[in-house]
Design a protein around this ligand. Structure first.
Ligand code: HEM
Length: 471
């Protein structure tokens, strides 16, 4: 039995009650000194599983006080905390301030840098010297390459022009605001049905009963995924999404699960695409395969399958997180929420600010294609640059009092949906879904309060595993 790496209710997969003694990370110039209990340290490393689980368990019984002193430059000390400290994962915004204080672009080590603020992240996402560079990435990522099969194409999200441009052109028309606005009433009906049960009972676990099912139903509807299959596909997508997380340890168990899930989804969508070719319906996938023939370079069935997987997956894990994060933000700012309920703020304004305030996608990355110097940091070709989208959205050079939720705020678009050629295809749809949820709360004049919650351990995709609310 492989212990579940995710810490649930303070025990590990073997039922060991984990130490709650807090460690004290202290940063002095270049040094990260941590004082804590060996048991706690082992439980920390146990949360980031290493092989030889049993060895760690034997060591965990030593409740010795230890002092761990590691030398690393400030950037690496902050990155270490970002990857390991649970408190930081619970609330990464204070440490983002420390990153920005180091400079707009900071080098972690040879070939690895971090864009810490709004301007530098925008540059990295928009400039041609920065690419996805899949062929330069050494480790296998199921999100990038859904299958190890040589004949199966990588995801559009990880491709670079010119092929990225060709693929994006084949689907962009389906996500135009005019097209999506024609679906608004349908989306509202789906949301009303899901919300009905919550309204009647006055309480629920929001993530499993609304925040995830809504985007799953919506993207399933748009793509033409049979309704009986939609929710059943969700766990596989979540397993694949886990590989996107930012941490130092490549977790073999997570990787293996992601690959198995990915192969299952490929089989499912290959059959669905074949169905659409045989018996086209009034949905995106049918149009994609029939339109494809008229494209200069038609999509192969494998490309249509890879596209279907991306659109399905990208469409709900993120939006589900957004609905959870928005609910938490409104509950922590009751006067702002009241302004919305009383109509002093429009749904559009509220949505834009909630997307900025606690974005479901916190970081992204690019590979340097040709040497470039940005903010006095020279980045050789092949370097990897992380863009801290969450830090950019709280940049006080761009937003006044960025750590305050202000629903009537105006200002430049946040980087929650990225920027440049890979700008999120579903941004309008995601905002529509959040808007419909907020309008349901307003119609009900719902006073929402969070009873209990469990945050996801992932940083890249920030959200909640569970959130028990009353309305
Ligand atoms: C709140 C919800 C969402 C957030 C925060 C989000 C965020 C993002 C971000 C940051 C990117 C850019 C990735 C990069 O540049 O590497 C992206 C790309 C993408 N998103 Fe979203 N997304 C959301 C919802 C959706 C929805 C509902 C769809 C629906 C299909 C979608 C489809 C896509 C696709 C297809 C791409 C790849 C675009 C490309 O590579 O050209 N996303 N998303």
């Amino acid at each position: 039995m492989v212990p579940d790496p995710k810490l649930v209710n303070g025990t590990c997969g073997y039922g060991y009650k984990l130490c709650t003694f807090k460690s004290f990370p202290i940063y002095t110039k270049g040094y990260r000194v941590t004082v804590g209990c060996l048991y706690h340290f082992m439980s920390e490393f146990h949360a980031h599983p290493f092989p030889k689980q049993l060895l760690i368990h034997r060591l965990m019984l030593w409740r010795a006080l230890v002092l761990v002193c590691t030398y690393m430059n400030d950037v690496n000390a902050l990155l270490m905390s970002l990857a390991l400290d649970k408190e930081v994962r619970e609330d990464p915004y204070p440490i983002y301030g420390e990153f920005r204080a180091l400079g707009p672009m900071v080098r972690a080590n040879e070939g690895f840098a971090v864009a810490t603020n709004y301007v530098s992240s925008t540059q990295v996402l928009r400039r041609p010297e920065f690419v996805k560079g899949l062929e330069r990435r050494d480790h296998y990522l199921a999100t990038a390459r859904p299958s190890r099969r040589k004949d199966f194409p990588p995801s559009m999200l990880f491709q670079d022009p010119p092929n990225h441009t060709r693929l994006r052109r084949s689907v962009s028309q389906f996500f135009l605001p005019t097209k999506l606005e024609s679906l608004r009433e349908r989306l509202r009906q789906i949301a009303l049905k899901l919300f009905g049960e919550i309204r009647d009972s006055g309480q629920c676990e929001l993530i499993s009963s609304f925040a995830l099912p809504l985007p799953v139903w919506v993207i399933g509807d748009i793509l033409g995924v049979p309704s009986k299959d939609r929710l059943a596909l969700q766990p596989d997508v979540s397993k694949i999404a886990k590989t996107l997380d930012f941490n130092f340890n490549e977790d073999d168990a997570v990787q293996k699960e992601a690959e198995e899930s990915s192969e299952r989804l490929i089989t499912y969508f290959e059959e669905l695409i074949a169905d659409k070719v045989r018996d086209p319906k009034d949905d995106l996938l049918s149009e994609l395969v029939s339109n494809s023939a008229s494209l200069d370079e038609p999509l192969s069935n494998a490309e249509s399958c890879s596209m279907a997987m991306l659109l399905f997956a990208a469409g709900f894990e993120t939006t589900g997180n957004l609905i959870g994060n928005a609910t938490a933000a409104l509950c922590h700012s009751p006067s702002e929420y009241q302004n919305y309920l009383d109509g002093r703020v429009s749904t559009k304004e509220a949505v834009d600010e909630l997307v900025r305030f606690d974005s479901p996608v916190q970081l992204d990355g690019r590979v340097v294609d040709s040497e470039v110097t940005l903010f006095d940091v020279t980045l050789p070709a092949g370097s990897f640059v992380i863009t801290l989208l969450g830090a950019a959205n709280r940049d006080d050079m761009i937003y006044k009092d960025p750590d305050l939720l202000s629903l009537a705020r105006s200002g430049p678009a946040p980087l929650s949906f990225g920027s440049g050629v890979h700008f999120c295809l579903g941004s309008y749809l995601a905002k529509m879904e959040l808007g419909i949820y907020l309008e349901l709360l307003r119609e009900l004049k719902a006073s929402v309060s969070i009873k209990k919650y469990l945050r996801k351990q992932s940083l890249t995709l920030r959200g909640f595993e569970e959130m028990y609310i009353t309305i």
